[in-house]
Ligand binder design. Structure first.
Ligand code: UGA
Length: 469
């Protein structure tokens, strides 16, 4: 198939590279000229496992980059719209980029074309895209609009695309459906997985993945509802973690107990400093706004957002209760990205916590394996950046863990303790066993579990409790 992907952000670039990997002829279009030039020159603008290999493999062969949308539309049978849908001040999604792409597509269609929403958009967007294309002069029989939401996670985007749990295709006409089925045939038939140079299969991927064909509106809702549900799962366990802190029980035991119920499952049940990133915060807010517009007051989502914000505040209270006053304290911060495995700091709880601590007069030395360059663009003063976790810890009054990078879960604890001025660790991601930390001589605070002390003093979070009384 000949495919155009409009937008070279996380979704567009990964989708473009993966469609080429499936054997299609792909043009990725972006109006950001320097970005397109960089992509043509072989640069990889995002930190994503296997993406450099795929770009290298297909660039200049099955994968091209261009700023010319008109020409790309003319050359393609399917156009995937993967442009940004940032939140407006009201919390709903700003669809102006989608609209302007739809307008441009209208003027270029010359044979039957399937226009596919890949960006996360509210229900009814497909209706609007269709109207805009018609309004701008396209023949009603020359195109269809479909929705094909993407469920990729940053850091594992390529394997999520090639080994998905499911492929959701929303289309209202068989002709359009057939085009999308053909695009995904290498996955749904299993033929891709037989090729010798296929990307290695992650654990527990259903092969071949099922394809779920729905109406366009249902597919639009599936995307928002999936993200909102996952965010709700995280907020739920964070609320349970707060309760565990109040009663002195252990959230990891509670998670094991509830996550073993196959109806609930253990994934996305890790408590922490709250969810961040470019998707959950924006999508929960947008879904709430869409529901309101459609006449349903989805207050549950309000609470999901409130718990998420509260989770950061609770963490800051923990830092205060561990260190008493904060002005002038030297803190080591491990993790700036919104989660492990990415350099993305958008809506990162770590960044918000660092900013709050700076405001309270702390001095911070931070380390993140991938996100320090991006952080320097948003926080320039009062933060030093280190080359390793141990360098960050050097002389610090306490160490804070804010992102779940794998390397932070495997630190040499003895070396770490020797570097710190005081052996205090406040872990916002529950990467360590409290007992082990106490044995290693740390005072250790985590989320939803009692604090642990080297002298073995029973370690309930007393300040938190007394505040609640
Ligand atoms: C999320 C969804 O997981 C994808 O399915 C979806 O395609 C994507 O949004 C999107 O809409 O584009 P992503 O934002 O990359 O993917 O990140 P997640 O892995 O979902 O993590 C989101 C946040 O939740 C991170 O801050 C992470 O640290 C936090 N999290 C995740 C927890 O606090 N606890 C958990 O158990 C899991």
């Amino acid at each position: 198939m000949r495919i155009a992907v409009v937008g070279s952000g996380y979704v567009g670039l990964v989708a473009g590279a993966c469609f080429a990997e499936l054997g299609h002829q792909v043009i990725v279009v972006d109006n950001d000229e320097p970005r397109v030039a960089a992509l043509k020159n072989g640069q990889v603008p995002i930190h994503e496992k296997f993406l450099p290999e795929l770009l290298q493999r297909h660039r200049g062969k099955r994968l091209e980059f261009s700023t010319d949308l008109h020409e790309a539309v003319r050359a393609s049978q399917a156009i995937f719209i993967a442009v940004g849908t940032p939140p407006t001040d009201r919390g709903d999604a700003d669809l102006s980029y989608v609209e302007s792409v739809a307008r441009e597509i209208a003027g270029a269609i010359n044979e039957y074309t399937v226009v596919v929403e890949k960006s996360t958009v509210p229900v009814y967007t497909s209706d609007w895209v269709r109207k805009i294309i018609l309004r701008n002069g396209a023949d009603p029989n020359s195109f269809d609009v479909a929705s094909n939401p993407e469920f990729l996670r940053e850091g594992t985007a390529v394997t999520d695309f090639l080994f998905p749990d499911r492929i959701v295709v929303g289309c209202d006409h068989e002709r359009c459906c057939a085009v999308l089925r053909e695009i995904y045939l290498p996955l749904t038939s299993g033929s891709y997985y037989e090729s010798a140079d296929a990307i290695p299969q992650p654990d527990s991927a259903p092969i071949p993945p099922p394809i779920i064909v729905t109406s366009t509106k249902s597919a639009e809702l599936i995307k928002h509802a999936s993200n909102a549900f996952l965010a709700m799962k995280i907020s739920f366990i964070n609320a349970v973690a707060s309760l565990c802190e109040s009663v002195g029980s252990d959230v990891s035991q509670v998670c094991q107990g509830i996550g073993s119920d196959s109806r609930i499952g253990p994934r996305f049940l890790n408590p922490g400093v709250g969810y961040g990133g470019s998707c959950f915060p924006k999508d929960v807010m947008a879904f709430r706004a869409v529901a309101r517009e459609c006449g349903y007051d989805f207050r549950l989502l309000e609470e999901v957002m409130r718990i998420n914000e509260d989770q950061r505040e609770r963490f800051l209270r923990k830092v205060r209760s561990a260190l008493w006053t904060l002005r002038g304290k030297q803190l080591a911060v491990l993790g700036l990205a919104f989660k492990g495995g990415t350099d993305d700091i958008r809506e990162s709880p770590a960044i918000l916590i660092v900013k709050a601590l700076l405001q309270e007069g702390c001095k911070i030395t931070a380390y993140d394996p991938a996100a320090m360059e991006r952080t320097q663009e948003v926080i320039s003063s009062n933060v030093k950046f280190a080359n390793s976790a141990y360098e960050a810890a050097h002389g610090a009054d306490a160490l804070l863990i804010l992102t779940e990078w794998e390397e932070f879960a495997n630190l040499d604890l003895r070396r770490l303790r020797e570097k710190l001025r005081y052996p205090i660790v406040i872990d916002g991601r529950n990467l360590y066993d409290p007992e082990v930390m106490a044995e290693q001589g740390f005072t250790y605070y985590s989320v939803g579990r009692a604090a642990a002390h080297p002298d073995g003093v029973p370690a309930a979070l007393k300040p938190e409790r007394s505040r609640q009384k």
